[in-house]
Design a protein around this ligand. Sequence first.
Ligand SMILES: [Zn+2]
Length: 286
Amino acid sequence: MDIRGRRQSSNIEDRRGMRPVRTGVGISVGGVLILLVLSLFGINPLPFLGLATQEPQVQMQDTGQPYQESVTEAQYRELVAVVLADTEETWSALLPKYGVNYVEPTLVLFSGMTISKCGMGQAAMGPFYCPDDRKVYIDTTFFDELSQRFGAPGDFAQAYVIAHEIGHHVQTLAGTSEKVRAAQQRMSQADANAMSVRMELQADCYAGVWAHNADRSRQLLEPGDIEEGLRAASAIGDDRIQKQTQGRIVPDAFTHGSSEQRMRWFMRGFETGDPQACDTFAAAQL
Ligand SMILES: [Zn+2]
């Protein structure tokens, strides 16, 4: 990809360098009154402190200093900002054709750990999308891992990962995520996993739709980019990851799809540029 001079999205929340901290024993107003009354009656309020406190709260602690990024981290941030901007162009042009208004998501850059409405996010989990706060979370050290551990280097491999997460945002806006979550509650674990695979493959297909548009409308792609994207799609297939981590493949436990399926659906999106071609839920064969 040639990202020089491209628009960078402003929908980035930079939490790098911040740490989640317990804001600890927050005492409620009612709690303060109880403790006050107890001490007025000459009772030591300390043993009752636990009763008066609220649930421990977690907040991100800002160091107050701007984050000092390395050269590589700065390159990653720029790439993320350009790809995010390009997904905004793509989806805000495409979705209204299907009666869906595109609401731009926020992308959170974090280092190590961060809070989200879906729970604590950790770098080891890889990038993720939280439908409850409609934010994409990325610790860019994942890009190093993608290159070194998963053997998928290159800026387009990274772009594919971002576009996949944005694909989940599109599913949320389109109402697909909610329907799938509701259906999964009434299913066996194996069937629910099979539904997850269809969700993930659709997000891959949407990543392909983005790549199609970035290429045709804005000539963002360079020779070799699609191969980089396919290598990433293949590298993070469930079968490959399971083999690396457990040494065997358990298809029932697949939640993202096999390497081959992930490449196939990415290519379907890329070749057609049409989100309607991404109906993995209607497909007899994935
Ligand atoms: Zn996903």
